[in-house]
Write a protein that binds this ligand. Structure first.
Ligand code: DX5
Ligand code: ZN
Length: 223
């Protein structure tokens, strides 16, 4: 079955002193989406960015903004990030005791809803919600930092989600985030992912276009 492959550079590994230029550069280099990592220093140990940076990214590109909320009580900020220009808002299942309510809240803002699973969280947790979401994000590192190693053990989880999505003919994007690079991108694609977040593999490369093209070719070849 053919799937739309999307490469989403994560600006966490970009040069924040030149953020607008970095975003424009990956857009020119063939990126499909821009991935923005929001961290609160509580759910994850690191701190990163808030709605003003999403707003600045919105001004810098016409690409969709894929916003990944690694924060406690994400429901409190859904409105702010939607207003800032997010196209997709991802909330971690580990942070949402009332996940279906959070998904509905995101959709009420006109934003695409994504549910995110940590490496140790089983896919079964979100199975009943699949018809109600636009996207599922499987973390392939423990969230908080760029440049970590891909955790191979998440591949069967990606494969299970792909089976459930296809069996019900759902229009749900299946995204993978963490340690995506040459090698892991193909394995994640073969397992069934179609959206690939890449921080270090893009922004750590000398030639962004070559890096994005390489990831896309490997993903497409393995799909
Ligand atoms: C990690 C973030 C990722 C990160 C990926 O918590 O969610 O989006 O930027 O970085 P790489 O691709 O370098 O693993
Ligand atoms: Zn992310």
């Amino acid at each position: 079955m053919s799937r739309d492959i999307r490469i989403a550079p994560s600006i966490l590994s970009a040069d924040f002193g030149h953020l607008a230029d970095e975003i424009a550069a990956v857009e020119a280099a063939g990126a499909d989406w821009i991935h923005l990592d929001v961290m609160d220093g509580r759910f994850v140990p690191n701190l990163s960015l808030g709605p003003v940076v999403v707003e600045a990214a919105k001004r810098a590109t016409s690409l969709p903004l894929d916003v990944h909320l690694m924060i406690e009580e994400p429901e409190r900020y859904v409105g702010d990030f939607a207003k800032a220009g997010a196209s997709t808002l991802g909330v971690h299942v580990e942070t949402c005791p009332h996940l279906d309510r959070a998904v509905a809240q995101i959709r009420e803002t006109g934003t695409r809803a994504c549910v995110v699973l940590n490496p140790a969280t089983p896919a079964e947790r979100i199975r009943p919600l699949l018809p109600d979401v636009d996207q599922v994000l499987v973390m392939s590192v423990n969230p908080g930092f760029g440049g970590q190693r891909f955790i191979e053990a998440v591949l069967p989880k990606i494969a299970a989600l792909r089976r459930w999505i296809d069996a019900a003919a759902l229009a749900v994007d299946l995204e993978v985030d963490g340690g995506i690079a040459a090698g892991s991108v193909g394995r994640a694609s073969a397992a069934g992912a179609n959206v690939f977040v890449a921080g270090h593999a893009v922004f750590g490369a000398d030639d962004y276009a070559k890096a994005i093209h390489g990831l896309r070719e490997e993903a497409a070849g393995a799909a």
